[in-house]
Structures are given as structure tokens and as C-alpha cells.
Design a protein around this ligand. Structure first.
Ligand code: ZN
Length: 174
């Protein structure tokens, strides 16, 4: 079990103090991800260094771990490895973000405390696919009724002209 992280933080104060935040964040804390997750068990390994660089408060570090997403083909569990480099610059207005160097994510700070989980969540959401799917290797899908059904229909297709004939014959009998 990793060290527990602080829940609410003032990121600017953390930057001034050059705080180094290291620990485990419960995946169940990532509330906006709940609908896309197959399981909310486990933790993410969070390592964030807060600091000031040329007057801009920044956060740099990493988020690592594994998420169990829901495959949109089979609704089964799908592992997604998280190995995210974090580079955040804090801003007081969105215009400031336009002047940011490339690869620096803006974080709007208002002077109020922010949930650390939310910062982590924002970073994860950037990389999350809209429709997570196993792809061709989706064995769950291949075993699923929908897949078997689609195979069956494809195989029966050549028989369809006879079905049409039978139908015609039937209506002719009337
Ligand atoms: Zn699947």
C-alpha cells in the first residue's frame, strides 16, 4: 500500500513550498471515470513535484498504474496501462494558456483549493479513448451471442434465394 495522498491542496502554495507529493491514489476517487471503468479497485501511483519556473507555478511528474476499462464491443474488462508524464502550468486566466510552451497543460487556479484527484483525473481523461475496445483480439466479443449470431446469418445467406422461392410458392398456393 502506497502512502496516502493529500485530498485538497492549494496548488500555488504547493508550488511556493516546492512540495513533492508521492503516494497512491484510490481509483475509486476518480469519480468522472466511474462510468468508463469495469472495476474501481486498485490505486494509481502518483509522483508530482510542485515548483515555480519563471514566475509560473508548475507541476511535473508522473502517474502510473493500470485501469480496467469497459470494452465497448463486449462490455468485458480491458486493461489500459497508465504511464503518463505530467507537465502542468498554472494560470489565472485562459489567455495565459495561449502563451504556454508546447506540451504544457494549463491548470486554471482561482485561489481555492483543488482536489488532487481532479488534477490526476484531468490528466487521465486526456489519454482516454472515446470508445475503448479490445479490437481484433476481443475474445469476449468472439464468444458473445452477437458475434455467433452474425456468423450464423452470414453462413445462411446463400440459402436466402430458396427462402424467397418458398415464400413465392406459398403465396402462389393461395
Ligand atoms: Zn472486448
Amino acid at each position: 500500500m502506497l502512502k496516502k495522498l493529500p485530498e485538497l491542496i492549494d496548488p500555488v502554495v504547493f508550488a511556493d513550498r516546492e512540495s513533492h507529493v508521492v503516494g497512491g491514489l484510490d481509483i475509486s476517487c476518480l469519480s468522472r471515470l466511474t462510468d468508463t471503468l469495469f472495476s474501481t479497485e486498485g490505486q494509481l501511483d502518483v509522483d508530482l513535484q510542485f515548483y515555480r519556473d519563471a514566475q509560473v507555478p508548475k507541476i511535473e511528474g508522473s502517474i502510473k498504474g493500470n485501469l480496467k476499462l469497459i470494452c465497448q464491443s463486449c462490455l468485458g474488462a480491458m486493461d489500459m496501462a497508465i504511464n503518463k508524464s505530467v507537465k502542468i502550468g498554472m494560470i489565472k486566466s485562459m489567455e495565459q494558456a495561449d502563451r504556454f510552451e508546447e506540451g504544457l497543460e494549463p491548470l486554471l487556479v482561482t485561489g481555492e483549493k483543488i482536489a488532487l484527484a481532479e488534477i490526476v483525473e484531468d490528466e487521465i481523461l486526456i489519454d482516454l479513448p472515446d470508445y475503448p475496445r479490445h479490437g481484433d483480439s476481443c475474445e469476449y466479443y468472439q464468444k458473445s451471442e452477437a458475434f455467433v449470431e452474425s456468423k450464423r446469418i452470414t453462413q445462411e445467406e446463400p440459402a436466402n434465394p430458396f427462402a424467397v422461392l418458398a415464400q413465392l410458392k406459398k403465396s402462389g398456393d393461395q
